[in-house]
Structure formats: structure tokens, C-alpha cells
Design a protein around this ligand. Sequence first.
Ligand code: F3S
Length: 653
Amino acid sequence: MSQTLTYKILEKHLVEGKLQQGEPIGIKIDQTLTQDATGTTAFLLFESMGLDRVKTERSVSYIDHNMSQFGPENHNDHLYLQTVAAKSGAYHSRAGNGICHQIHLERFGRPGATLLGSDSHTPTGGGIGMIAIGAGGMDVAVAMGGGAFYLTAPRVIGVELTGELSPWVASKDIILKLLSILSTKGNVGCVVEYFGPGVKKLSVPQRSTVTNMGAELGVTTSIFPSDEVTGKFLNAQGRPEAFEKLEADEDAQYDRVIEINLDELEPLAACPSSPDNIKPVKELEGINVNQVIIGSCTNSSFTDLMMVANVLKSYKVHPLVEFAIAPGSRQVLNMMAENGALSWIIQSGARILECGCGPCIGQGFSPANDTVSVRTFNRNFAGRTGTVGDNAYLVSPETAVAAAITGRFVDPRSLDTKYPTVELPEAFLIDDSMIEKPLTPEQAKTAEVLRGPTIVVPESPKDLPDVLDSKVLLKCGDKITTDHIMPAGMYLKYRSNVPEYAKVVFNCFNQPDEPTFAQRALELKSKGIGGVIVASESYGQGSSREHAALCPMYLGVRAVIARSIERIHKANLINFAILPVEFADGSDYDKVQADDELVIVDLRDAVKNGDSVLIHNRTRNIKFTGKLSLSQRDREILLAGGLLSYTKSKSQS
Ligand code: F3S
């Protein structure tokens, strides 16, 4: 039977279940990646499972998120990650070497492999023909130990690319176009697979921009075929042996096909404050821009930045614009230093940032109040920049550089300069000296893992009770992101100390002079009453940030009741034994208010066998039904008290 590329790779990796759409399946994971914001928890959990060496073909620990050092917390984390990776058999990319997805693509990714990463933009690897999926750190810890990753066999949306990008129109515009069609909601359980004659006109970095920001669609992952373009990229990275030609069968059937004609694309922008709020740049023309940042795992490749440097060669940054560029990897920065392009950037007045996530994760560069910030990143949820009431637009590097030199939104096609087409180099500059190899098993036996005092092993979840006596701690609306639940920015340094980090759970909803969410939750916890969060659509969208489940678990949250819950976050809730419930009837959302007391009886039985729970709102004396959409494995994890206990019990049986 003819197959999509997605199903071909899944079939090769299937270890459990039947590969039929909608069925739960387990797949073998070839490679894992962790970054520092999620990696400390992942490795702490890996250690708590009693595992000592990773069992994957390649596991890599990256430091890219939090590199600023005010106080010892970050450096304690870095030392822990460096030493635990070496002892466990994982590679370690040191702070300053670049962003995990960029480096993984350059140095480790291979077509046809499965990659599980504790970062939601892991699908970047789909640009090279991998099934690359973002997940919580706990799932990644299990995969590092050789365990399978469980998912629902996906629906596959085929995106047929025809034509060719015009000058000043970028691959970022492809994914912005797709976001305008599919939006950020309703795509859970899908994989986006690209095909068609337009594919071979895109380089691997261009394809990876598309699969990277595909995460904003809420899909499991996105993938491109592996063809001669992929082979050329791997060759230039000095890894020709990693190449394998892979594509869907000619008559492969997709669940839905969307055609994008690249000839007809125009420069687009995601307007505040959602990646699917798309408008053509020409409709924004004239809006003053005060800050421009080019970088992040979406748009910081060598070709992206060489295009920018070539434009800047003949321009100065507009005096009212703060313009910063963060190269995606040291390889990119070093090549631009060698070929002189870095000097063109410096002479233009742009600021060069460290190779890392930087402003994308709120590490500096918060825009001034009531100003416009234009970024080449993948997310612009309200407040992600660190400024309350921010106006962040997401665009291609082409549109960003045009704004940097003119001080306003302009369609880059109207610039009075020729488009600097940049070819992929024949050979990248290879220097892996900041990627540390693991110790041998023999060396590892005596190696010490450094644990600073700010690294605290997380508390284990409590068992699910038979009767859940609870109170609604918070009722929130649509599209609550993991940034709302667990802010990053200046708080990120507490990621290895859950009691400390948990103090800022739902900080955006806290009011001055009133008890915080955390204080109210801990008070309930001390009385043995469970906390409940009530939400509307797409709760937990945005990232794999496991702390958005781990910290609420520590605060005593036992259930989330929502109209819908995003895939990665739902898995994280289950992993930390927080029950994900969906309103059977969406209008029942109106039957619950903050502070209401909710009771669920026979909860363990319902989780064992049932598809629903009856929820009694004791405060209003009304009952409504909550839907349980759980696989058999989800049920077992919840009943075991979370993934850690489940994995331990499995390995003992
Ligand atoms: Fe880092 Fe932002 Fe990507 S935080 S991994 S650059 S989405």
C-alpha cells in the first residue's frame, strides 16, 4: 500500500500498537535533545529512574536558553548538565555554541531518524527528513533510557508546494501563510508533510524554518522529504554518510491537501499577539518600528544572516530603531567573521548578541512601552517579550531588515536595492570543540556529578484519590499558554528549584495586595483539598515547558478542566498525575466559577475504565460531565501516580 513519508518512518520505528490513524502507538526514539530550561528536570528524572547510561543512538544536552548569570543558579545548572551528560553517555553543547535546533540540524540530525526533544520547536529537524517531536522532559528522560515514546497515529495533512519564492519573499512567509489557513487551533494529532515541485527549490535551512514554526499550528510535527538538496546540506556539513533519500510514495493519500503556490506568496507578518494573526506586510506599511531582532531557532541560519549582512552593507540602522542580531550557532557566527559579513553588520550599527535563544525566551531586549517590536521569532504571545502590553510582530529576516533600516514597516520588495540571493556554501566551517563527548562507561563509574545547592530534586506527585474534593483556584479563557502558566524571563533561573519557581505560577493573574495563585494553592494543599484550574480552548498551548505541569503539581493542583487541552501540555499533566478533563458540553464552562467547590467521586474507577467523570459543583449544586480522552497507557500512568512511578513499576515487573 502506498504510504506518506510520515507513516514510512513511523512504521520503521513502531514498537507497540497498530499503525492505524487514531490508534495509540509506541515508537522507538533514535535521538534525543534537551536544553537547559527543561534539561535539568529531564536529567534529574533520568537519574531518579535509576538509569545510568543513555541507550539512544545519540542524546545531546544543549545550553542555549538561559545564559545570563545574575547569581549562581544558572551556572549551577550548567555545571550539573555538563557533568551529568558526560556521566550518562550524552553529548553536551556548551553555552555559547548556539541554539539546540540549529546545532542539531548542523551536527547530528539524519533523515529517517526519530528525534524527541524537550523543546516544542524540535520539529525543526523535519527540515532534514526526520520525525522530530517536542515533548516534556520526563518523556525525553524515558526515551534516553531506551523507552518508547507514545503518541496517537496521526492524520497527515499534505502541503503541496508549487512554484518558486520570489526575491524578498522568504520561507517564513510559507509558514505564516499556512498559519493563516490552519490557525493555531484544531490541528492536534496531525502531522504536516510537504511535497510537490516547490520543495526542491528550498534549501534545508529554509525547510527547517517552515517545520520549526509548524509547532505553532499545534501539530505533532512537520516533515519535508530528504532529497538531493538534503544530501548537499549534509555534504557541506561534512556528514555525507548521514544522507538517505526519502519521500512519500507517488500516490500517497493525505487526509487533506493544501496547495501553496510559492510564486503567489507575498511578505507576511504575524501581528500581536498570536502567530496566526496574519496580515500582508504591505497592509502594515507606515507603522513605526522601534525594535528589530533577527535570530531564534526559526531564522538564524547562515543563509538568513548572510542575506541580512548583504543588505546592511549599503545601509545604516535607522536612528530610532534598536536592532539586534543573534546568530543561531557559533558555526554561523564564525563563518561570518571569516568572510567579513560580521563587519558589515557591525558597521551598520546593529548589535550582535550571543549565539543562543536570548530575547526569544525573554532574556533581555524587552521593548519600551507602547512601541512596536519586529522579530523573526516564532511566538508573539502577549507579554513574551517581558513587556506588559507589548506589540510584537513576527516576520521574515527580509521584512525585519527592511524595518531596521527604514524605521517602519515596508514591503521589502519596495527597497531600492537588489535582492542578495545567498547560496548555501559548498562546505561549512566545522568546529565541534564546544560539543563535549561523553565519558566512556569505565570513566563514568568514578565521575562526579556537580550539584549546586540551587538544584533541588522535584517532589513526586500524590496518588490519584477515589474522591476528589477540590476547589477552583482559577478560571481562565482561551489560549492560555505555558508562558501564562509558568513565566520564563527573569524567573527561568529557578527552573531547578521547583518550590521557588512555583511561587510565580500564573503570575500574570496575580493582583497586588491579594494572595497569589501559589499562596492560595498551598493553603488548599495544606488542608488536603485539591486545586482545579478551569479553562476554555487550547489550554497549555505554546511550549513543552514541563514546569507548567510540574510546578502546579507541587502546589497541589489535581485537575485541569478545559474545553480543549494542547497535546504536549496534556501529556505533561498526565506525566505529573494531574487529571486532564474536557467539558463534554462546552457550554458547561459557564457552570463553574473561581472558588467553586467541585467533587468527583469514583475517580480511580473512572480513570481505570471510563470515558467520563461526573463533576458535582457543590457551590451551585449542579452537575456536569467531564470527558476523559485517555489512552490505556495514560490511564496506567495516572493511576500509578505519574510517569516516574509508572516507569519504575514497569521496570520492576
Ligand atoms: Fe530558543 Fe526561542 Fe527557539 S527560546 S529554542 S529560540 S523558540
